[in-house]
Design a protein around this ligand. Structure first.
Ligand SMILES: [Zn+2]
Length: 187
């Protein structure tokens, strides 16, 4: 392992626009914008790009979810979050209310620029394209984490959920097709 290689956050910037469930982004809606300085964020040295994005989420009080992020270009990653009037991440309950037209929510776009140690070096496209840790199956019973065996056959229950026995302790887990495909493709 190359212990000299760390990732750092050069900058991030976030901006919001009001999002309507019916009509989408409202033109000229009043939003807000902020950057790393406003949040008092100072980059650390991160082992992985994912750790760097997690730190940015933490600085903004957002939950980290790899699906909220995608690689754009030149070391820039873009993330999207739904936020309320105080720029706090919307809860599932907030989103339900918003869908019913009973709550206003904003779409927050956040861009993060990642570099190498001490901002001296650019990250490569290859590093950026392989930024996500592989999805893992995590057993809630024995807390073991690993990709699922590729060749195993999984039965379905009557609701169409896959019945997946933990390869270590045998506890049954119910997984959607997508969750199962993700855990297998990582193996
Ligand atoms: Zn287990």
């Amino acid at each position: 392992m190359d212990t000299e290689k760390f990732f750092v956050v050069d900058w991030f910037s976030a901006s919001t626009e009001e999002d309507s469930y019916k009509d989408g982004i409202l033109p000229n809606s009043s939003g807000s914008s902020w950057g790393e300085g406003d949040m008092g964020f100072k980059s650390g040295y991160y082992r992985t790009i994912e750790d760097a994005l997690k730190a940015v989420c933490e600085a903004n009080y957002f939950d980290y979810d790899p699906d909220s992020w995608e690689y754009f270009e030149d070391g820039q990653f873009n993330g999207q979050f739904m936020v309320d009037v105080n720029n706090s991440e919307a809860t599932d309950g907030d989103i339900e209310e918003w869908k019913k037209g009973r709550k206003r929510l904003w779409c927050c776009d956040i861009s993060v620029h990642i570099k190498k140690q001490s901002l001296a070096e650019d990250v490569t496209d290859e590093e950026c394209e392989n930024w996500k840790a592989p999805s893992m199956f995590r057993c809630s019973q024995c807390e073991t984490e690993y990709p699922l065996p590729k060749k195993a056959k999984y039965k379905k229950d009557k609701n169409g959920m896959n019945i997946v026995p933990c390869p270590k302790c045998g506890t049954y887990h119910y997984m959607t097709d997508k969750a199962l495909a993700d855990a297998i493709s990582a193996s």
